[in-house]
Design a protein around this ligand. Structure first.
Ligand SMILES: [Zn+2]
Length: 447
């Protein structure tokens, strides 16, 4: 399909500027031209026109840390400390989830994300060896996904088998929309030997399957203040210099590691992240809701660490809204540091686009709007919306004033996923109906 996308404002994320009344030309799944609309109308007169002249067009948002399937448990338990919340509420209910429930939860997460302008989900969950899994559900909605099977010490053999099956079946699937990652849960649930073994497996996969895209290593790190004590107690290792320094001593940190949270860091940890090129997924809403603390994001950025944004699951957020996440990230670090210049709008928008793509080692294809890249972009409608008028700076509006449901169009891989605010790829009412039924069934199974 050949498209001419007419943009009221265009933010390419390639430079500081925004362009007014521009066009993006798409052939199949790639961007082939970016030029003023007047020129485009003449040069590409036969192309199908998609109107975003009332909108700000920007690269699709990258949710760098989530657990998509957990959307099926949204709002089940709130207002508890992390360990009680997990052990007494979430894990018992999760144990009852069938592959069908997981698939449905991931469909729900993908539908929500698409309607809110997110085009990539980096998700960690339990992979079921069937088609009823997150990779299938999210790519069926039409989004890009990096899906991982979460690994724990107590089920090593099962995890390795599932991971192997997942990579063989799904890495590069659905026209390249799907990539797989290796996902040790956290340093307090995965022993040092298994962390290393999963690193070797990642490297080995990347030798075998590199032509289908890189396989990343996705792990929760330094989420709570108590984590060093838990690691020490579980595995009798030294944590004196910090959790990242401990992981570095195992030789597992490289530039394909996505470390989610990184709230409790020593200065040495910050240096390790920068030196090893590890990317951090910052999840401000989840960290605040679970009262885990506030990640030292300004310090990380100053040290040159690549930081992207995530929502975490819909159980600890309780939405997958990246617009809310952008605004909160900016305000949070300004507020707690008494410094309004921290995390300006442009920086935050980079975190939600370019930095996320870089963290997933997918930035040669996505993260910016430029010729040769895959056509992943969203249009945020401003026309007729008082809360987005007037426009001095569209980037300011995207971070501080826009609402996720202002998203008008979403394109992924050159395909229209959302048009005029309507999801085109799946039957949303049918999904929501099934979700309501699964909730009832889960509660009855629990009692
Ligand atoms: Zn998480």
């Amino acid at each position: 399909m050949e498209w001419l996308l007419h943009c009221g404002f265009l933010i390419t994320m390639c430079n500081d500027a925004f362009l007014r009344d521009y066009a993006v030309i798409i052939e199949d799944n790639r961007i082939v031209d970016v030029l003023p609309y007047g020129d485009a109308r003449r040069k590409y007169s036969g192309y199908e026109k998609l109107d975003a002249s009332d909108s700000i067009v920007l690269p699709g948002l990258v949710n760098l840390h989530t657990h998509a399937a957990m959307s099926i448990l949204r709002g089940y338990a709130d207002d508890l400390p992390l360990h009680i919340w997990l052990k007494e509420k979430i894990w018992p209910l999760e144990a009852l989830l069938t592959p069908q429930d997981i698939y449905l939860g991931a469909l729900l997460a993908a539908a929500e994300s698409a309607l809110m302008g997110t085009t990539v989900l980096n998700t960690m969950y339990h992979y079921m060896d069937s088609d009823l899994n997150e990779a299938n559900a999210i790519s069926k909605v039409g989004l890009r996904v990096v899906a991982g099977h979460v690994c724990f010490s107590w089920r090593k053999d099962e995890d390795k088998t599932r991971l192997d099956g997942m990579v063989k079946k799904w890495h590069g699937a659905r026209d390249g929309l799907v990539r797989i990652s290796v996902d040790p849960h956290a340093p307090y649930t995965v022993d040092p030997e298994f962390l290393k073994e999963l690193r070797y497996m990642t490297d080995d996969f990347n030798v075998k399957y590199s032509e289908k895209g890189h396989i990343t290593y996705h792990i929760h790190v330094a989420e709570t203040k108590d984590e060093p004590r838990q690691i020490k107690e579980a595995f009798n290792v030294s944590l004196d210099r910090g959790v990242l320094s401990y992981l570095d001593s195992l030789g597992i940190l490289k530039d394909d590691v996505v470390a989610a949270h990184c709230v409790w860091l020593t200065d040495e940890d910050v240096r390790v992240l920068a030196n090893r090129g590890v990317s951090v997924a910052h999840n401000p809403v989840s960290n605040l809701k679970l009262a885990s603390g506030i990640a030292p994001v300004p310090k990380l950025l100053r040290a040159g660490v690549n930081v992207g944004l995530g929502t975490d699951s819909a159980c600890s957020n309780n939405t997958l809204d990246m617009f809310e996440t952008m605004k909160l990230a900016s305000l949070l670090h300004k507020g707690v540091n008494y410094e309004p210049t921290l995390l300006p709008a442009k920086t935050v928008l980079m975190m939600a686009t370019v930095n996320g793509a870089k963290a997933l080692k997918w930035d040669s294809d996505i993260g910016t709007i430029e010729v040769g890249k895959k056509a992943d972009m969203i249009a945020v409608r401003y026309k007729g919306r008082p809360h987005l008028s007037p426009i001095y700076d569209p980037i300011s509006h995207l971070v501080y004033a826009a609402r996720s449901l202002d998203v008008k169009h979403v394109l992924v891989n050159g395909k229209i996923i959302v048009e005029d605010g309507k999801l085109k790829t799946v039957d949303l009412p049918a999904i929501l109906d099934k979700v309501a039924k699964v909730k009832e069934s889960l509660l009855s199974r629990l009692s």
